[in-house]
Design a protein around this ligand. Structure first.
Ligand code: PGA
Length: 253
């Protein structure tokens, strides 16, 4: 049984005081929902304050990125060791980082390994552009993005997020069926690369314009284990509803 996960990626939104206010608003409702791993990923500068606010809560805290070195002369970067004191998870390889900050498959893999070494669980994002999708290259692109991900990472609890780039922040989500089909491919690919057991155990989330209005479409699909939510994770009523619907659906299964 794969436990569903709903992770909120706040991206570059909220000041520290805004993040604190949002967490205070969300915490009581989220704490009442079980059967789902609930994760919020605020900006780095808010992690410490949010950690304090989440004491005794079932909500898990994640960062949005890290650097792969433990310490040293890397001005502006944040190391896995720094994050390990503050949170449990970390988003790695988000398409915005691959696109705007030129993150390569090799760099992303170094970050995944560094996260595990520090005791952090990575949420590794993969996904194709619209152009790649239209050229029928989705599977090829995803396979390349996973080419360095080894069995050890899956066994250690790596979470994958399939986020078609054309669906992120555009209001144009994939259909549940499309996402299920592609996530089914990812599972088959992992089965070939690693093993059937590993492929069946890995949690794979869908991401891209998920809202309270369309989450049911995704969570009803057999291959999809939850969602990585951007915009809608900044609105308490939306995020609570997404988590609540996921919990009820999985409870009824
Ligand atoms: P979105 O972002 O829900 O705003 O489309 C998803 C993501 O980038 O993780």
């Amino acid at each position: 049984m794969r436990i569903p996960m709903i992770a909120g990626n706040w991206k570059m939104n909220t000041t520290v005081s805004e993040a604190m206010a949002l967490v205070k608003e969300m915490r009581p409702g989220l704490d009442r929902i079980d059967n789902v791993d609930k994760v919020i990923c605020p900006p780095f500068v808010s992690l410490s304050a949010v950690k304090e606010l989440l004491k005794g809560s079932s909500i898990k805290l994640g960062a949005q990125d890290l650097y792969f070195e433990e310490k040293g002369a890397y001005t502006g970067e944040i190391s896995p060791l720094m994050l390990a004191e503050l949170c449990q998870l970390v988003i790695i390889g988000h398409s915005e980082r691959r696109q705007y900050f030129n993150e390569t498959v090799e760099l992303v893999d170094k970050k995944v390994k560094a996260a595990f070494k520090a005791g952090l669980k990575p949420i590794l994002c993969i996904g194709e552009t619209l152009k790649e999708n239209e050229a029928g290259k989705t599977e090829e692109v995803l396979a390349k993005q996973l080419s360095l991900t080894a069995s050890q990472a899956y066994n250690a609890g790596l979470v994958l997020a399939y986020e078609p780039i054309w669906a992120i922040g555009t209001g144009r989500a994939a259909t549940g069926q499309q996402a299920n089909q592609t996530i089914g491919f990812i599972r088959r690919h992992i089965s070939q690369q690693c093993s059937r057991e590993i492929a069946q155990a890995v949690r794979i989330l869908y991401g891209g314009s998920v809202t309270a209005a369309n989450i049911a479409e995704f969570i009803n699909q057999p291959e999809i284990d939850g969602a990585l939510v951007g915009g809608a994770s900044l609105k308490t009523s939306q995020f609570l509803s997404i988590v609540e619907q996921t919990s009820s659906f999985k409870r009824g299964k």
